[in-house]
Design a protein around this ligand. Structure first.
Ligand code: SAM
Length: 227
């Protein structure tokens, strides 16, 4: 399968069965145990990012690009904290859900600024570029290109999370639960941390902070790099 196929499949998935599944996982309604575990894990990743940004005490002065924003789980709280957020996602359904949630949570419709766009075609310059749990949908070669492109958009900082390859054997089975059944499937790709770091460094970034979220069914390595 080539990378273009991966992208088409991912877009279709997050506009159909994937949308229904992830909208529920990233919500607060009733879900099954596995989904609840993934919800909890994902929230920890989001909380870590928000915690790091808040620690720096300058959120209201930052422009932030949230690439692959999903239903706005990160964008909405960051806008609430006063950052100027540019949020985008390849899936029109995810963006529409994010807009609905933002309208409920915030009193304006301009921040976050939402667009339906794949991250490869994003342009502009942002203080911080964040991309959470998106790389899992792409093989390393494609992920390298994506990370390099995200680096080109970032003035100072990039934060990126991915499922680390070290857990490959232990989560191989569990990954099946992320995307069950062939008709609902997108492939799940794991990435070696050293490969991600290498690409960040090649683009002039240096690792500053690292975190790992690990629940039963959710694994996410988070890296912050600056230049
Ligand atoms: N980052 C969000 C979060 O952590 O809440 C959503 C994570 S969700 C697992 C992955 C998201 O990435 C989906 O909303 C999907 O539509 C989006 N996505 C996948 N490939 C993308 C691409 N090439 N460009 C932009 N968004 C993409």
């Amino acid at each position: 399968m080539n990378a273009a196929d991966d992208k088409t499949i991912v877009r279709e998935y997050f506009n159909s069965t994937g949308f229904d599944r992830w909208r529920r996982i990233y919500g607060d309604g009733e879900v099954n145990k596995v989904q609840l575990d993934i919800r909890t894990g994902h929230q920890q990743t989001v909380d870590t990012v928000i915690g790091w940004l808040k620690d720096d005490n300058n959120l209201s002065q930052l422009t932030i690009c949230d690439a692959g924003c999903g239903v706005g789980s990160l964008s909405i709280p960051l806008a609430t904290e006063g950052a100027k957020v540019y949020a985008s996602d390849i899936s029109a359904k995810m963006v529409s859900e994010a807009q609905d949630r933002a309208a409920l949570a915030l009193k304006n419709t301009v921040n976050p600024d939402f667009t339906v766009q794949d991250l490869e075609s994003l342009s502009g310059n942002y203080h911080t570029v964040i991309c959470l749990d998106v790389l899992i949908h792409y093989p390393q070669e494609k992920a390298d290109e994506m990370i390099s492109h995200l680096c080109s958009l970032a003035q100072s900082r990039i934060m990126i999370s991915f499922a680390p390859k070290t857990f490959f054997l232990s989560i191989l089975k569990k990954i099946g639960t992320f995307f069950p059944g062939p008709s609902k499937t997108t492939r799940a790709y794991l990435h070696r941390e050293a490969d991600v770091v290498k690409i960040l460094e090649k683009n002039g970034f240096k690792i500053q902070r690292k975190a790992m979220t690990r629940t039963r069914f959710y694994f996410s390595r988070l890296l912050e790099a600056t230049r």
